[in-house]
Design a protein around this ligand. Structure first.
Ligand code: ZN
Length: 256
């Protein structure tokens, strides 16, 4: 049975928790988002340079992408705990412009960037609303409202819906539709109602969209560090969503 590990559930500038990042392990192993604190959470889980088949970047904000140069460098650098280098290809999935963005980022971080790697990186760009197929996994996508292109995703393996994830942004009719029928929904939940600002979602909306979707499990991630405890209290006493609500504060593995 596939599993989803919450490597981090923090906000961009969280002093305590790694930023939001997930690890999907099924027929393929995929890291979902790779911010500057997510790589350390991944390395605590495994230093195997061949662990990942792919990395999916939901959007081009630093808290979701700036760990990629370190991730690639460690795959290329033998260590006592992982003496081999990676040799097999790594697929990098993201919104349009991902190849240019990651190539420039890696070049800035450790010039000459991609030329350092002895394994191939294969880019797969996917516009919000399109689907990306990766082996037996189909990743359907939709656009939330975050001010820039973001891939909210719905994961199906061999045709079976496994989970949906919205890393950043307000709920839209397209994401609402995407989540329908997914048994597990992981969603950003930045604040209490009124504190979410222009590009995030508040807890009441997340609970409503989870109830509409028919999900059995809701995972709240990407809370503002200042609002984590009020959101937890709200989630504990709410009557909107009847399923299981999880708010991980450390590495948490869930069967899908
Ligand atoms: Zn963002």
């Amino acid at each position: 049975m596939p599993t989803l590990t919450i490597l981090g559930s923090g906000e961009a500038f969280d002093p305590l928790l790694p930023n939001s990042s997930l690890l999907y392990e099924g027929e393929r192993t995929v890291l979902i988002d790779c911010g500057f604190a997510a790589v350390q959470a991944l390395w605590r889980r495994s230093l195997d340079p061949d662990l990942l088949d792919a990395v999916l970047l939901t959007h081009h904000h630093a808290d979701h992408t700036f760990g990629v140069p370190a991730l690639l460098m460690v795959m290329e650098t033998p260590k006592a705990a992982s003496p081999r280098k990676r040799t097999r290809p790594l697929t990098l999935i993201g919104p349009p412009g991902t190849q240019r963005y990651i190539t420039a980022l890696f070049d800035l971080a450790y010039t000459p960037g991609m030329k350092r790697l002895s394994f191939p990186v294969e880019f797969m760009e996917c516009a919000p609303g399109e689907a990306a197929t990766f082996g037996p996994i189909t990743i359907k996508t939709a656009l939330p409202d975050h001010g820039i292109p973001v891939l909210s995703t719905r994961w199906e393996e061999s045709g079976v819906p496994r989970f949906a994830y919205s890393a950043d942004g307000k709920v839209t009719p397209a994401t609402r539709q995407l989540f329908r029928g997914a048994p597990t929904l992981a969603h950003e939940c930045y604040a209490l109602p009124g504190g979410e600002g222009p590009v995030h979602t508040h807890v009441e909306d997340v609970l409503k969209v989870a109830a509409e979707s028919g999900a059995e499990t809701l995972i709240l991630v990407h809370q503002s560090a200042d609002q984590r405890h009020p959101i937890a209290d709200y989630a504990r006493t709410q009557k909107i969503f009847g399923g299981r609500v999880l708010m991980p504060e450390g590495m948490t593995r869930i069967s899908l």
